[in-house]
Write a protein that binds this ligand. Structure first.
Ligand code: NAP
Length: 290
């Protein structure tokens, strides 16, 4: 498959943005610029540093003609909700928006982190066996997306967080939504690890910190055969969590697949073009691509 730019570039310029603070480190411009080129669209993607007090004005600007929408990252994923006209079911359940879609002056909030994670886990070979047990590490926005994803796959979820109260709050919030899938907060030593077929690190532990892990001293041999460790962290490529899992013979993946899929789904919602995930991965220099 050729991943080169499309040959027919449309004449109408279209714009999409990332609003975050900080924004300079973001990999989203690389991915979306590659997608515009591949799709043959005359589009422009720009990462803007938007502090909390500037969010309302930035979001109002998305209603202009020619604007497709925006991605949101820290610290805006939750506060943006109040500024939008409608929410997708995923954004409503998770309580966080990573993608705003502009349609004729109206703004829809969506969350493509959850379906992006679902797809990345499937790509990593995770088999969605009903009733399988999943440990989610963390209790912030990414953990909420992870719990939603696991529940979509009919998995039983254990939430483990550095601050136990936040894990309790997340489990209670989930129960409050009347979900059928069991979601419980727990502590490291109470978790039935021999039944856990998937660990999702949705905490920031390990982010730009190669010696940090959310599971210090963990014995990965407690996990059943075929278990997968999915680390949403993607910098460094191999986190300590992944390294220790692999040393114990447990399969481990970083968060680049999720990052690529959430971008693919956002781009698809903005433009109607489902650009192959390989284009995004190549933009991220994954798989030996330059
Ligand atoms: N791959 C992707 O596409 C993708 C998408 C979204 C997010 N992410 C990644 O997911 C991670 C979490 O994002 P977020 O938006 O949920 O952040 P967040 O809302 O700030 O939550 C951070 C979570 O990490 C925990 N934590 C932070 N440092 C820790 C440490 N040293 N040890 C153990 N736990 C620690 C926090 O625990 P406390 O409650 O105790 O503070 C909290 O539960 C980030 O690394 C982000 O880059 C990746």
């Amino acid at each position: 498959m050729s991943l080169d730019a499309g040959s027919n570039v449309s004449p109408d310029p279209q714009q999409a943005f990332l609003f975050a603070d900080p924004a300079g480190h973001s990999l989203s411009p690389r991915m979306h610029r590659a997608a515009f080129a591949y799709a043959g669209l005359n589009g422009h993607y720009e990462a803007r540093r938007v502090p909390a007090e500037g969010l309302a004005e930035a979001v109002a600007g998305l209603r202009r003609q020619g604007v497709l929408g925006a991605n949101l990252s820290l610290p805006h994923k939750e506060t943006v909700v109040a500024l939008l006209d409608d929410l997708s079911p995923a954004a409503r359940a998770i309580g966080a928006v990573n993608t705003v879609i502009h349609r004729q002056g109206r703004l829809l909030g969506d969350n493509t982190d959850a379906p992006g994670l679902l797809q990345a886990l499937s790509d990593a070979g995770y088999s969605w066996r009903k009733g399988a047990e999943v440990a989610v590490l963390g209790a912030g926005g990414a953990a909420r997306a992870a719990v939603y994803t696991a529940a979509l796959g009919r998995q039983r979820v254990w939430i483990l967080n550095r601050t136990r109260d936040r894990a309790d709050e997340l489990a209670a919030a989930w129960a409050g939504q009347g979900a059928e899938v069991e979601v419980r907060a727990t502590d490291l030593h109470d978790l039935p690890w021999s039944r856990v077929s998937l660990i999702i690190n949705a905490s920031s532990a390990g982010l730009n910190a190669p010696e940090e892990t959310p599971l210090p001293g963990f014995d990965f041999s407690l996990l059943p055969a075929g278990a997968l460790v999915y680390d949403m962290v993607y910098k460094p490529d191999e986190t300590r969590l992944m390294r220790e899992a692999r040393s114990a013979g447990v399969k481990a993946e970083n968060g680049l697949g999720m990052l690529a899929h959430q971008a693919r789904l956002a781009f698809c919602a903005w433009t109607g073009c489902d650009v192959p995930v390989e284009v995004y991965l190549q933009a991220l220099n994954v798989g030996g691509a330059t």
